[in-house]
Write a protein that binds this ligand. Structure first.
Ligand code: CP
Length: 346
């Protein structure tokens, strides 16, 4: 298997064996974090990090990952460049991407809901960079997917169902476990990227998947179809419900997160305040101890930042079955593995 120079825009683009290879290397890197085996892998190499939106975990974990592999991560913002946009003159993606490829060995891009005029525009931009770059392009979260988060999620869940938190585990332990991805109310009008990636990667690794949301909060039909197909290919089931409690029954992993409705974009604009006002009308859609009691002793997962008091109660988010910090830590190990495999033929 050779992942050198491969783009990572959505985990569904990669074979399961390729995703397993990332998690296997990430587990080795986690177990022996500063081994000389890894610390020069990116020597003299730079990862360009292009951020349209703010970040805590993604920026910090990629910067730390590059440092730990002996390379460098360079932070870039659109305002520091002169790029052509729909409304301003400037440099084309074709030119910028080809020049970046002459300097660096990898390019990461984050572009989320409020920086695009319609759903899918962020994905189009990333794929345009990938078309012109001769270096790998990694999504650092865009309007459709968040592949690094999905891999870190799967690694964290596998650890909890393997030897326990912190002990690297084979993702095959997830087979047959039930993943509930449930909408949570909140004031952040979040994109679909993390939850869609969770549905895809959970179903790829053989989980039984349940999706729960109020009427009017459907996700991308293509993602739902892929999730159904992934579940069927693994002999598992996919269910979708608008009942706030039903999905919790016998769940092993509960993923509660707010996401915006498909009506968020109209006339080339993102109507954030409307989304917030609408979402706050569903206070019953919160993950709390009473709902977690319906599960099969499920773990609580979230990509963070957590909207405490809306998506989940403090009691659950900070409780003994919460894996949120393990998953956040795994962003570092997973991204080290991705960079090593795609930027350096590790
Ligand atoms: N989960 C995640 O991507 O976090 P940040 O937005 O802080 O990077």
């Amino acid at each position: 298997m050779n992942l050198y120079q491969r783009d990572l825009i959505c985990t569904q683009d990669w074979e399961v064996e390729e995703l397993e290879a990332v998690l296997d290397l990430a587990a080795k890197m986690k177990r022996d974090r500063f081994s000389p085996q890894w610390t020069s892998i990116l020597q003299h190499k730079t990862f360009l990090m292009f951020f349209y939106n703010p970040s805590v975990r993604t920026r910090q974990s990629f910067e730390c990952a590059a440092t730990e592999l002996g390379g460098h991560a360079q932070f870039l913002e659109p305002k520091a460049m002169r790029l052509k946009t729909a409304t301003t003159a400037g440099e084309t993606v074709e030119d910028a991407a080809q020049v970046m490829s002459r300097y660096a060995h990898g390019l990461g891009i984050r572009i989320l809901e409020d920086k695009v005029p319609y759903y899918g525009a962020g994905e189009e931009l990333i794929r345009e960079y990938a078309q012109w770059c001769s270096i790998p392009v990694i999504s650092k979260a865009h309007d459709k997917y968040h592949p690094c988060q999905g891999l870190a999620d799967a690694m964290g869940w596998a650890e909890w169902f393997g030897k326990g938190p912190g002990y690297p585990a084979n993702p095959m332990v997830l087979r047959g476990k039930k993943l509930l991805v449930t909408w949570g109310h909140g004031a952040l009008a979040r994109s679909w990227s993390s939850v869609q990636e969770a549905l895809l990667i959970g179903s790829r690794f053989g989980m039984d998947v349940s999706l729960a949301h109020p009427e009017g909060y459907d996700l991308d039909p293509q993602v739902v179809q892929w999730t159904q197909e992934n579940c069927a290919a693994n002999g598992q089931t996919f269910t979708e419900t608008t009942d706030v409690r039903a999905g919790y029954e016998s769940a092993h992993v509960v993923y509660s997160r707010h996401w915006m409705s498909p009506q968020a974009y109209r006339d080339g604009e993102f109507h954030k305040q409307e989304e917030i006002d609408k979402a706050l009308k569903y206070p019953q859609w919160i993950c709390d101890a009473e709902k977690m009691a319906l599960t099969d002793n499920a773990i609580f997962t979230h990509p963070m930042p957590v909207d405490r008091g809306h998506e989940v109660t403090d009691e659950v988010a900070s409780g003994p079955r919460s894996c949120i910090y393990d998953v956040a830590e795994n962003r570092l190990h997973v991204q080290k593995a991705i960079m090593a495999l795609t930027m350096a033929e590790a």
